[in-house]
Structures are given as C-alpha cells and as structure tokens.
Design a protein around this ligand. Structure first.
Ligand code: HEC
Ligand code: HEC
Length: 266
C-alpha cells in the first residue's frame, strides 16, 4: 500500500506507543550494533536524514507521505531560514515533529544545521533559480475562494477532477488506483495538513509524482506561471472544504500560513 498522510497518521499513533516504550524501539533509531558513535556525535547528512526524516519525507527526499524535500524548486522558495526554523520547531498541529532540543526534540543545533545545509547542497539547484521570480514562501493574504475554484479548474482539474475529489471511472472507482490521487478536498485529509503545507505543495509540485511546479500547471493557450494571488486563491479554495469537518477549528477561508518560525497554523 502506498503511504499517504492518512496512513502516516495511523502509523504515528503506533510510533507514539513506541516512544512510551522507550526511544530505542523507534523505527529508524540505530540498533545496538550501530550504536558506536554517541547520537549527538553523528554529523553526516545522509545518516541524519535517514534516521530522522526519511520515514515521512521518503528515502533520498522523495516518494514519502509528506512533502518531498528533494525538490530544488521547494528549496529555492523556502530558503535556509524557513528550513531551519521548521526543522528545529516542527509544525504544531501536524505530524511534523520539532527536532531542536530547545523545542523538546532529539537533535543538537549543529545537527540541524548539517541537515539543512545537506538538503540545500545535495538537492538544491540555486543556479537554476537565480534569475527566476519566485513566489513568496508564505502569505497572509486570505485569498478568494471563488477565484480559487476557477484557477483549480484551469490548473489542477486534469489530475484531480474539477471538484478535487479525484478522477473516477464510470463505475465511480478511481480511474487508475495507485496513480490517481485520492480526494484532496476530504476534510479528514485537510485536517492533517497546514495551509502552508498546501501552499508549498502548490508552489513546488511533486517531481516524484510528475506534478509540475507553479510555472507548469497552466499550459496551452493562456499558459502562465501561477501568480502569487492565484496561489493564495487556490489555498483559500482548498481550505474552504475544512468547514464541513466536525470539530475543525481552522477557519474556512483564512489562508493564514505557517509563519517563518513554523509555529502558527491557525
Ligand atoms: C513523523 C513524520 C515526519 C518526520 C519524521 C519529519 N517530517 Fe517534516 N513534515 C511532516 C509533515 C506531515 C509535514 C507537513 C506539515 C504541515 O502540514 O505543515 C512536514 C513538513 C516539513 C517541512 C515544511 C514543508 C513546507 O511546507 O515548507 C520541512 C522543511 C520538513 N518537514 C523537514 C523535515 C526534516 C528535515 C526532517 C528530519 C529532520 C523531518 N521533516 C521529519 C512529517 C514529518
Ligand atoms: C499532472 C497531474 C497533477 C496536477 C496538474 C496537479 N496534481 Fe496535485 N497531485 C498529483 C498526484 C499524482 C498527487 C498524489 C501524490 C501522492 O499520492 O503522494 C497529487 C497530490 C496533491 C495533493 C495532496 C498532497 C500530497 O502530496 O499527497 C494536493 C493538496 C494537490 N495535489 C493539489 C494540487 C493543486 C492545488 C493543483 C493545481 C495547482 C495540483 N495538485 C495539480 C497530480 C497532479
């Protein structure tokens, strides 16, 4: 089965049970035989990434349940400060944990720096984006739901259907199970992701799933890169579907996003 955020949320509950049983039984935690260096002495990017990030963000930063980090467009837009803040402090209300010891995590500041610099060095392509006008990483513009729906139809419907519920065959089953995305307007999915995460995904796409970045969604006549306003509108339209979730506290049209400190999500 393909790991999605939904299955990850279930796995996280069992991981919480493992934490209660002691960190050494956590998946990804070094086995006794590998435990020669003290944990804080590990300063190799690949080892740190594998032990701390790959379970959710995928081996080598791709094909995980959470946003691929091995994505040069994402890294260019997010930039070193956001990467650092989010890795250190996590995203509250989501599965993204805080890693800095000062925030209750398990990594030293030096290890976080190694991970952030490693991602930028191994997966970034700064030269490719040096002369590209990048959309802002975050935005406080609430966006327009009605305009967002129009942009969704123009930019996203070919893969997600016009209402975002996924492309179905005539029998109402997914057209191509395994490759066709599930509904992205399902409140139980939207409850697991922050507005910033949706925004990041729209801006940077998923190279591991052949999803284009903000420059490549609208092709053919009228082809253009999504404007910052269109990105705000898309987030507003997607998050407007949270309204029907019982007990969901996130406001239906707000597109207030994760701040650079990674703390706010409401
Ligand atoms: C238990 C699963 C899990 C682990 C482990 C994890 N992440 Fe995440 N991460 C997530 C999820 C889920 C999100 C999206 C959170 C949201 O909705 O904003 C995320 C978001 C992020 C983002 C922000 C993406 C954006 O929208 O800008 C960064 C950067 C990130 N993670 C880096 C890391 C790094 C580096 C590690 C390892 C040190 C790591 N993560 C480990 C689940 C995880
Ligand atoms: C070329 C096809 C394609 C286009 C165009 C496309 N998507 Fe997707 N999208 C996908 C696929 C495939 C996935 C499933 C990724 C997975 O299952 O992990 C996905 C997943 C998502 C997700 C769920 C997050 C995740 O990574 O699982 C969201 C939200 C999303 N897309 C929003 C959009 C929006 C908004 C647009 C338009 C701006 C868009 N997509 C355009 C193919 C596409």
């Amino acid at each position: 089965m393909k790991t999605t955020l939904r299955t990850l949320a279930i796995l996280a509950l069992s991981a919480a049970a493992l934490v209660a049983a002691g960190c050494k039984s956590m998946p990804g935690y070094p086995k006794a035989s590998e435990e020669i260096p003290r944990p804080e002495a590990v300063l190799d990017f690949n080892t740190l990434y594998k032990q701390n990030c790959s379970a959710c963000h995928g081996d080598n930063g791709r094909n995980g349940a959470a946003l691929p980090l091995n994505n040069a467009a994402y890294l260019a837009v997010a930039g070193v400060d956001n990467l650092h803040a989010i890795t250190a402090k996590g995203v509250s209300g989501t599965l993204m944990p805080a890693f800095a010891r000062s925030a209750g995590g398990i990594l030293t500041d030096q290890q976080i720096e190694v991970i952030v610099q490693g991602m930028l060095r191994e997966w970034g392509k700064p030269a490719e984006f040096a002369s590209t006008a990048l959309p802002p990483y975050a935005s406080n513009n609430p966006g327009d739901v009605v305009e967002g729906q129009k942009t969704f139809v123009a930019a996203c419907a070919r893969c997600h259907a016009a209402d975002g519920t996924g492309i179905k065959s005539s029998e109402g089953k997914p057209a191509d199970p395994g490759t066709s995305p599930d509904s992205i307007v399902d409140p139980s999915y939207l409850a697991l992701v922050s507005n910033q995460s949706l925004r990041s995904l729209i801006i940077a796409g998923r190279p591991d799933e052949n999803v284009p970045d903000w420059r490549g969604y609208i092709t053919g006549p009228g082809a253009h890169a999504l404007t910052p306003q269109e990105i705000d509108n898309l987030v507003a339209w997607l998050t407007s579907h949270r309204a029907s979730a019982p007990g969901q506290s996130l406001s239906s049209t707000s597109s207030t996003t994760t701040s650079a400190t990674g703390k706010e999500m409401k």
